[in-house]
Design a protein around this ligand. Structure first.
Ligand SMILES: [Zn+2]
Ligand SMILES: [Zn+2]
Length: 119
């Protein structure tokens, strides 16, 4: 395995962007794309309180809300990005993490498979 210098390039790009966008909260500044739903939940990036990736949690990162709204990935009903809304599109928590409190409060056996697939 060989190390690449990509990290350095990204660093320089970030520094350049910071220089161009001297004011941190100016609208119209070139934004990075908002995070997208990962295929598998990452234990290192998981908000156990809100049951979605921490890096996409608009409750814990309020500044993300406007960005997701702009990107058209927003559930106004629940105040989270639509693609990872813990109520509309719940993700399977990482191993060892619990599901959203209340989501599985029924004590019945839920051994049946998912009722339908996306589409
Ligand atoms: Zn959260
Ligand atoms: Zn929702």
């Amino acid at each position: 395995m060989t190390m690449t210098k990509k990290t350095t390039t990204m660093f320089r790009r970030a520094a350049l962007a910071a220089a161009v966008c001297s004011a941190p909260l100016v609208l119209g500044c070139e934004d990075e794309p908002v995070p997208t739903r990962p295929s598998v939940a990452d234990a290192n990036d998981w908000c156990e309180e809100h049951a979605l990736p921490e890096s996409m949690c608009a409750k814990c990162n309020p500044e993300l809300a406007a960005r997701f709204q702009e990107a058209g990935d927003w559930c106004s009903g629940h105040g989270q990005p639509e693609s990872v809304c813990p109520l509309c599109h719940p993700m399977e928590p990482p191993p060892g993490m619990q599901k959203l409190p209340g989501a599985g409060e029924h004590q019945h056996d839920e051994s049946h498979a998912e009722p339908r697939s996306e589409g």
